[in-house]
Design a protein around this ligand. Sequence first.
Ligand SMILES: [Ca+2]
Length: 101
Amino acid sequence: MRFYGFIKIEEPGNYIFETCSDDGFNFYVVKYESMVKVLDNDGTHGLRCVSGEIELEEGYQPAIVDYFEGKATNIQLQLYWTRAISTKTNINKEYIALFSG
Ligand SMILES: [Ca+2]
């Protein structure tokens, strides 16, 4: 099922959304007249969480939600958000170590 609506943004900036759903759930925001997929948790699955980040302007932003229920024995849908405190940067080499197999 597809639902159309709005999300109210009081402060512009980057927002991190997270969903935990059973089963499928996709979340889109319409930016510059294009659907931007923020969360992709599609398909048939048990409770599974995914997150995504998007920069949003202040105001009522058009939002679209797809929800799909596979087995009706287990139904869960949670949606969270938080403001991203800063924008993404390159990871400094002091903070990451990788070794070849
Ligand atoms: Ca289910």
